[in-house]
Every structure is written in structure tokens, then in C-alpha cells.
Write a protein that binds this ligand. Structure first.
Ligand SMILES: [Fe+2]
Ligand SMILES: [Fe+2]
Length: 459
């Protein structure tokens, strides 16, 4: 979930540190062109308080400079890690003792006034969040604005400030403010803020399982509404959101089905964000089709909410891995999750054969490169192909932290990816975006696609 800048020399590291503020520096002591030690000294002299995780090939290597771990810590290293270590261990070190206060400590304090400040900037650069979504008493990781008029904002809080309940209520009740805004450049910080709060919820022993699911659901909906729907037609988002929520409510009322779903969400707390986003995009696509019907839309929504349910049968450690990180043996197990899902749902009266069929095929691709059966072309159910597209899309969007239009562009310029989906489905996906022309520029959609403007023959 971090935005990362990688440099390959000490000089470049110092230059980056000079230009930007970082949450943490991961410093390979063996770096050349200004050694790691020099960079460490530079950090201590110029950026006191900067978190530096020093990475060593071995403890042996310290001896030649007459160093040890204690000395490194004295020189400004906050943590020392000896290779080999896993990404997971690095993540634990980065997040282990992390509190909102730690995150906030790394925010540069604005020099001079922190009074409210007016800015004139395009509305397109801001994302709005309902004022109710803000927590009081916790420091904010990003600047917060109120909209004064079109393209006009006032900065009311600086990153690192704390929102007091009084102040929040004053905006809400006296000034009638419904939305607060953050700059799109702070999107990652907003997601980090939401995820941080969510991770605390998951870790808490005081919160019961069902309550965790509920809170995760609220966080997911908030993220999707505010961040993951940037660039989409508002109407498409609104309708699909309503639909997904209604379907979820329907599931909640089906005792045994909800039990299965809840177990899955407790097993994987991120499952709801994933399923919910897939539902949102998939139903928005279906709504573009002329042949849509209410039953078909609801079938899609239900299949989407349950599509990955078979993952409960996988070993827990596989859930957080992407297929690209799995060993061959792990991949074999992972590829069984559509079948597991089909099986889990087979005893349920509410789930018809059609929904199970869709779930069974949700990783099949139009060009036959999917699993479990490598079905091809029209053999793959359209709804399944829609889900596989949305599933990929949501994974790309979350892994790369890109807004929907950029995520779609990334798929469209990749010929191999484009071949996975029925082009009509892809075209209908593009239609739910506000600016389809901008997105299809440079795309590798097939030349007979209606989305590709036909080049005029030279006269
Ligand atoms: Fe899946
Ligand atoms: Fe999925």
C-alpha cells in the first residue's frame, strides 16, 4: 500500500530526500556512490527524525568499519534488518509499532501560518468525502479543504492537525458543510488512513467477529464511493452501489448463506472490499447492455458477492498472495477456488445452478487462457467474462493504487490483457467512464471495435 521511490546510488538517495518527505527510508548499507554510511550521516544531519531501516547483507559486513548494530542506531538507524528477509517481515517492521501518531510525525509541519487559506484550483483535482467519515481526536494525514464555489477551496486543516469534535460540529451544524475535500495527490494517504483504521479494527480483540465484518464493510464502501469511483459516470456508480447494497442485505437475511459469507469475510477481512468493488463494476457494465434485465442484473450481483467464496477452502496464507507470487503447488490449489465455491453453494436452495455456473467460470478468459477448464470464446458465460474483467481490474487498481481511468488505460494498452475479454464487454466497460475517448486513445482494442476511431484514409 505504499508509494515507493527506488534509487540505486547514495547520491540519488540524498537528492530524493532533499526533494520529498518519506515515511521511511530503506537503506542498503552496501550502496555505492556515497556509501550507505554517508547517507545515514546525511539523514541525521539534515532530516532528524526520519525513519531509516538499514538493510545489511550480514552482520559481518559491519566489522570492517568497526561498527555494530548499537552504533548504527546511534547514527540514526531506527531499525536494522539482515538479509535474507521476506517482504512480509519488512512490512511488519514498517507497520509493527506504527500508530497514527507515528505516521503523523513524518509529515512536514507547515512553516508560518496554519490559518485557513483560500486556493483556486480545478474541481477535477479534488475528491470529496462525507464529513461524517472523518474521525475526531485523530490526526489527519492529509490537508483538508472545504469547497467555496466552483474551482475555489479553502484549506481548513493541515496534514498532522487534529480535528476536534467541536470544530467538526461547527462546520457541520453551523455552516451546513456536508462534504470535506482532499487533493487527489493525497489519494494514497487517504487510503492509508482508511486502511490504518481498518487494520486496527481487525487486530482489536475487543471487537467481535460480526462487528469487524460490519466495520470493514463500512470502510470498503467509503473507499469505493470516494476513491475507487473517480472518473466514472456518477449515475452508474450510484445505481450499482444501491444494487450491491440491496443484494448484500438480501444475503444477510438468508441465515445459512450469510453464515458462509461471514465466515469468508472473517477468514479474509479484505474480501468484502474486493467482492463489493467487483459487484459495483460488473453491474455497471451489465447495465450498458441492451439485453439486460432486472433478473440478470441481480444474478450478476449475487454471483459477484459470492464469486470468491471458495477461497475459504484454501490455506490462509495463500489468501494474501497474488498468483504471480505463488509456487507451482500453491497455484494448483488456488486454481481450485472456483470449484470449491461451486461446491460450497451446491446445497443452497437460493443459489441456482446458473449462479454456480457463473462462479465456476469466473476465471475463464475469452481467449482460453483462464482456469479451471481453459474454456474459450462463447463457451465462457458472458457474465463470467464480465466478472473476470472486473476481478482483474479491481486487483490492478488496488495493487497499483491507481484511479479507475488509469487502471483501465493500463489494461487497454496491453494486447495480451485485452484478448482475455470479449471486446463487446470491454467496450461496455469503457462506456461507464466519464471520458471514454481519452481512455481509448492508444488502446489495443481490435481494429473492428466501435471504440477505436477509424482513421481516415489519406487522400
Ligand atoms: Fe477468484
Ligand atoms: Fe476475485
Amino acid at each position: 500500500m505504499y508509494e515507493v521511490e527506488v534509487v540505486n546510488s547514495g547520491k540519488k538517495a540524498q537528492l530524493s530526500l532533499y526533494n520529498r518527505q518519506f515515511f521511511a527510508v530503506i537503506l542498503n548499507l552496501a550502496i555505492k556512490n556515497h556509501t550507505g554510511l554517508e547517507v545515514l550521516k546525511f539523514v541525521r544531519a539534515k532530516h532528524a527524525g526520519q525513519r531509516v531501516v538499514v538493510m545489511l547483507d550480514s552482520l559481518e559486513m559491519l566489522k570492517k568499519d568497526d561498527l555494530d548494530v548499537q552504533k548504527l542506531v546511534k547514527m540514526g538507524a531506527t531499525e536494522v534488518m539482515v538479509r535474507p528477509f521476506t517482504m512480509e517481515q519488512l512490512k511488519d517492521v514498517l507497520e509493527g509499532q506504527q500508530t497514527i501518531d507515528d505516521l503523523v510525525k513524518n509529515i512536514p509541519k507547515p512553516t508560518g501560518s496554519t490559518a485557513e487559506m483560500e486556493v483556486s484550483e480545478s474541481d477535477a483535482n479534488f475528491t470529496k468525502v462525507k464529513i461524517e467519515e472523518f474521525y475526531t481526536g485523530k490526526a489527519i494525514l492529509f490537508n483538508v479543504y472545504i469547497q467555496l464555489g466552483s474551482n475555489k477551496y479553502v484549506k481548513i486543516l493541515y496534514a498532522g492537525d487534529t480535528f476536534s469534535l467541536e470544530r467538526l460540529n461547527r462546520y457541520k451544524n453551523e455552516k451546513g458543510v456536508q462534504f470535506l475535500y482532499f487533493h487527489n495527490a493525497d489519494r494514497q494517504k487517504y487510503i492509508q488512513y482508511c486502511n490504518f483504521l481498518a487494520s486496527k479494527i481487525i487486530a482489536s480483540e475487543k471487537v467481535s467477529g460480526p462487528a469487524k465484518v460490519k466495520m470493514m464493510k463500512a470502510t470498503a464502501e467509503k473507499l469505493i464511493e470516494e476513491v475507487y469511483s473517480v472518473g466514472l459516470k456518477p449515475q452508474a456508480v450510484e445505481e450499482s452501489k444501491q444494487l450491491a447494497q440491496n443484494m448484500y442485505q438480501l444475503l444477510e437475511n438468508q441465515t445459512d448463506l450469510y453464515q458462509v459469507l461471514r465466515e469468508f469475510q472473517e477468514f479474509d477481512p479484505n474480501a468484502y472490499t474486493h467482492s463489493y468493488s467487483v459487484t459495483l463494476f460488473a453491474t455497471a457494465i451489465i447495465k450498458q447492455f441492451e439485453w439486460q434485465s432486472k433478473v440478470m442484473i441481480e444474478t450478476t450481483a449475487l454471483a459477484c458477492l459470492l464469486h470468491d467464496i471458495g477461497k475459504v477452502k484454501m490455506p490462509r496464507e495463500l489468501v494474501d498472495k497474488r498468483p504471480s507470487q505463488m509456487s507451482q503447488a500453491e497455484l494448483e490449489i488456488y486454481k481450485k477456488h472456483p470449484e470449491f465455491g461451486d461446491k460450497i453453494l451446491s446445497n443452497n436452495l437460493m443459489i441456482g445452478q446458473n449462479i454456480r455456473q457463473i462462479i465456476l467460470q469466473h476465471h475463464e478468459y475469452f481467449n482460453g487462457t483462464g482456469f479451471p477448464n481453459g474454456l474459450k470464446g462463447n463457451k465462457v458465460l458472458s457474465i463470467s467474462n464480465i466478472i473476470s474483467l472486473c476481478d482483474d481490474f479491481v486487483h490492478f487498481m488496488i495493487t497499483d493504487q491507481t484511479a479507475p481511468p488509469e487502471t483501465l488505460k493500463r489494461i487497454l494498452v496491453n494486447t495480451e490483457l485485452v484478448k482475455r475479454y470479449n471486446s463487446v464487454i470491454l467496450e461496455n466497460f469503457i462506456k461507464i467512464f466519464v471520458d471514454p475517448e481519452k481512455i481509448t486513445k492508444n488502446s489495443s482494442l481490435p481494429s473492428n471495435s466501435r471504440m477505436v476511431p477509424h482513421k481516415r484514409a489519406a487522400s
